[in-house]
Design a protein around this ligand. Structure first.
Ligand code: TNX
Length: 537
């Protein structure tokens, strides 16, 4: 093999160990890693990044970051690597390969990252960043020895979905802000960006006028009207929600940037509830059984800093409902290279069960008709779902939720509010945020860390779990600085829950490793909360 020993020897050599040496301050913790005694790697002014074929993307990704902080030229070249080079190999024969797996070896003979796929190689880059001194995250050149202690790592994720959900409907994030969200999360090997594009308070994705348009719907009004609304003020936040929307080109730019960072975009159109913004913009959707109240942006705030929910609904008896959703889903599918479309389905409190099931049946079919796999919040699991559906659990638990998953032979994304929700306080010292998800107490970093997804729902083990997701709702959160201080460091916890074997995870050890990443986050301009009790670097 590339390394002069077989993978099975390596696995024995570097089998999972509960505590990494201090020098390996990695989040998420790898499956198998071990310090070796083979000297030190040093990146030098003459170092090259050696790659060819499918390995070139990961090589360029690393080179672009490291050029800024090292000031070195770091050309990406093909050929034979020398001791000061970083070499990427994709298509390596990793006999145990899982999707996204990689191996990394660093020592006085060079750095070698090998993977079967370019996604795996990118995971190797994210690990390598954390092995270098924190100054590797600097946006300007730093004069320091760029050394990596000798190490071997063999790594792959526990779950294929490690998501970050962003609510851009209550308060909008610009394309540049979305790129920051991607930069922040991708370094921890998060690989899905779920964008909550629509809600009562706003509609954030532009739609074109179709040539076939039986009801004469003005699709451009979705953003012309409801791109200009957002959450109004509430007791937790005097600044109103940010308005705006993505043109199709904006959206494509986010998709591309996410893809370059190893993340797939999952767009969500929330329906049949959470639809005031659509009802407000499109008169044809307003019929006998629709519920267009209150006016967009005017959600009544409550003491938890959230707005009223469950106040709106599409009308299941109105043909225009289905004409509209079909067109929107078709256009969205055409813009979205990833395999998923999320149709929401949560909190449809003013929709009868029969009407809800009828609409979920139609919307899910419309998604599969455009060759996408459908995701919905766990309420929608009570309906009959098409094959290969995914249920995203945010609330509740117990056998009832397991039954919905099993009945539909679905997969589940776990984002239980108590373990993954961002607008909850993580500490009492935080001024804003709810505590409803954790029974009146803050949902701490430890709460987000200390859970085993495979034990969350009775009878639902890893074979049924697509992954985990942290979700940032936007009723009161405004802008990057505030959102980051609620997302981080808790997103590190979710990243490790989604990536690392349960047997490798330990909160005390996690906090030691996370603490050392504080300086990196600071260098990146990532405003993480300084969790008390942690000795942040
Ligand atoms: C419930 S989570 C909602 C959202 C809110 C969130 C926080 C989910 C599927 N629905 O509409 O933003 O609580 O208040």
């Amino acid at each position: 093999s590339t390394y002069g020993y077989s993978i099975s020897e390596f696995e024995i050599y570097a089998k999972p160990q509960p505590v990494l040496p201090d020098s390996l301050a990695l989040v998420p913790m790898p499956v198998a890693s071990a310090a070796t005694a083979d000297g030190t790697f040093q990146l030098l002014p003459g170092s090259r990044i050696v790659a060819s074929g499918d390995a070139v993307d990961a090589a360029n990704y690393f080179a672009e970051k490291a050029r800024k902080s090292t000031g070195f030229a770091l050309p990406v070249v093909s050929g034979i690597a020398s001791a000061s080079d970083v070499q990427f190999t994709v298509g390596a024969d990793l006999s145990d390969a899982k999707p996204e797996s990689y191996t990394l070896q660093a020592d006085s003979n060079g750095v070698k990252i090998a993977a079967n796929t370019s996604a795996g190689a990118l995971n190797g880059v994210q690990t390598l960043r954390q092995l270098f001194p924190q100054w590797i995250e600097s946006g300007t050149a730093v004069n320091t020895p760029w050394t990596v202690d000798s190490v071997v790592i063999s790594d792959y994720p526990r779950y294929e979905h490690r998501g970050v959900g962003i609510d851009v409907a209550r308060s909008f994030y610009t394309v540049d802000e979305m790129k920051e969200h991607i930069d922040n999360a991708a370094q921890f090997k998060m690989n899905a960006l779920h964008i909550h594009l629509t809600d009562d308070q706003g509609w954030r994705i532009a739609m074109d006028q179709p040539t076939v348009n039986p009801s004469g719907i003005k699709y451009t009004d979705l953003t012309d009207i409801s791109g200009k609304t957002a959450m109004t003020t509430n007791p937790s936040q005097s600044e109103p929600g940010h308005t705006g929307f993505y043109t199709k080109d904006d959206y494509k730019e986010i998709v591309k940037y996410a893809g370059d960072n190893g993340m797939v975009v999952i767009p969500e159109i929330d329906m049949p509830g959470h639809t005031t913004a659509a009802l407000h913009a499109i008169p044809q959707l307003n019929s006998a059984k629709s519920a267009p109240k209150p006016a967009p942006g005017n959600s009544t705030p409550n003491s938890q800093g959230t707005g009223d929910v469950g106040v709106s609904s599409f009308d299941s008896d109105n043909d225009a409902t289905y004409e509209f959703t079909k067109e929107v889903l078709k256009q969205l599918a055409a813009l979205t290279p990833g395999p998923y479309i999320h149709i929401g389905g949560d909190e449809s409190h003013v929709t009868s069960t029969a009407d809800y099931n009828k609409m979920i049946g139609a919307f899910t079919k419309q998604v599969t008709d455009v060759n996408k796999r459908v995701i919905g919040w766990n309420e929608y699991g009570s309906a009959n779902l098409p094959p290969n559906s995914v249920i995203q659990l945010w609330v509740g638990g117990g056998q009832g939720e397991s039954d919905k998953i099993i009945k539909n032979n679905a997969k589940v994304i776990l984002s239980p509010a108590s373990k993954t929700y961002i607008p909850q306080k993580q500490d009492n010292s935080e001024q804003f945020g709810g505590t409803w998800a954790c029974s009146g107490a803050p949902c701490t970093l430890q709460t987000h860390y200390d859970w085993d997804p495979a034990k969350f729902l009775p009878g639902i083990g890893d074979d049924r779990i697509l992954g985990v997701e942290t979700v940032q709702w936007g009723e009161w959160i405004r802008g990057m600085n505030q959102t980051e201080s609620y997302q981080y460091p808790r997103t590190l916890a979710t990243a490790e829950v989604g990536w690392s074997p349960q047997a490798n995870r330990n909160y005390a050890d996690f906090t030691k490793r996370a603490a050392t990443l504080g300086g990196r986050m600071a260098l990146e301009g990532l405003n993480h909360f300084k969790t008390p009790g942690i000795n942040w670097s």
